[in-house]
Design a protein around this ligand. Structure first.
Ligand code: PMP
Length: 318
């Protein structure tokens, strides 16, 4: 076996042995099974969350980031998708901490709550079918390169709220992101930027987007079919409260991206990711811009537990 094959086998073994929470009980990952006819698998009738917990090696502490906000969003998603999430936000936070402890997580970790229609029957609908709920944890390092990413505007458009709800993390909807992401990667870029059906800038495949132009910070509004990101919310707060800059939520045209002084994306997985090139046009001078770097620094200090003022964003695990 090659070194890579050994590493893959070890990671798989570790995943299979990890503790998960499934339908009210703690069990091993490999014991939690679903059948082939499972509704959520066939029709994309599920919703998920993506949460990060950051390891602080100096303090030997794992901090889960904005847990209540993620579970609050999931409760809202469940309502839109006619699903039942039978736990309070406090209970869900408690289960997450318990899982991270059981799995002895002492590295950057991703937490994946998943709620899905679990009936094994033919025919799609949302009402009157049982749901299953799981939480899984997995190690996760950097999701995108932090030094600056190269993007293309996707030929795929972001789904519209009149077609399926973009403000939910509905599993089926992620075909939209997957199509755009593969197109971008296979064309040699790092990430895609999706436009709305009407042609306005929407977001990345798993990140919200901000631009800076002539000292003004802009980001698309929720009515432009974005996912209302928890990181986006935090970044708007940091601009306003820590940097004394307002953030204007308004529709953005494609070519405003090209003439922007700075562009960055943000999300739980990506954190703050400077964009240095879009559609082969250099953004600013081709380096991450000063406001991007400043807000990235503030954000990184907070998530690693280095800023006591924002301790409430973090849930210590140990
Ligand atoms: N947009 C999409 C489509 C996403 O999947 C994500 C990741 N959840 C985001 C934006 C960023 O959201 P958050 O900051 O809550 O992770």
């Amino acid at each position: 076996m090659t070194q890579t094959a050994i590493a893959v086998a070890e990671a798989r073994h570790r995943r299979d042995q990890s503790w998960v929470f499934f339908n009210g009980e703690y069990c091993r990952y490999h014991e939690a099974r679903v059948g082939l006819l499972t509704h959520g698998l066939n029709y994309g009738t599920g919703c998920f969350e993506g949460i990060r917990a950051y390891w602080n090696a100096e303090r030997h502490q794992l901090n889960a980031l904005r847990l209540p906000e993620h579970f609050e969003r999931m409760h809202g998603n469940a309502k839109v998708l006619q699903m039942r999430l039978p736990y309070s936000i406090a209970e869900l936070c408690g289960v997450t901490v318990e899982l991270l402890r059981r799995n002895e997580c002492r590295e950057d970790t991703y937490v994946r709550p998943l709620l899905f229609k679990s009936a094994e029957e033919i025919g799609f609908r949302l009402h009157d079918i049982e749901d299953s709920f799981a939480i899984i944890t997995a190690p996760l390092g950097d999701y995108v390169p932090h030094a600056g990413i190269r993007c293309m505007v996707s030929t795929w458009r972001r789904i519209d709220d009149t077609m399926a709800p973009p403000r939910t993390k509905c599993t089926g909807i992620y075909i939209n992101s997957a199509l755009a992401k593969s197109e971008a990667i296979q064309a040699g870029f790092d990430e895609a930027i999706l436009l709305t059906g009407g042609g306005h800038v929407c977001e990345g495949t798993g990140e919200n987007i901000f631009i800076v132009r002539r000292g003004e910070v802009l980001t698309p509004p929720p009515s432009d079919n974005i996912l209302e990101g928890i990181t986006r919310d935090g970044i708007i707060h940091l601009f306003r409260e820590e940097m004394g800059l307002d953030v204007v939520e308004r529709s953005i045209d494609r070519t405003e991206l090209y003439v922007a002084d700075e562009v960055f994306m943000c999300g739980t997985a990506a954190a703050v990711a400077p964009v240095v090139e879009i559609d082969r046009r250099t953004i600013g001078d081709g380096e991450p811009g000063p406001l991007t770097l400043r807000v990235q620094d503030l954000y990184n200090a907070i998530i690693t537990g280095g800023d006591p003022k924002y301790a409430e964003w973090l849930q210590p695990v140990w």
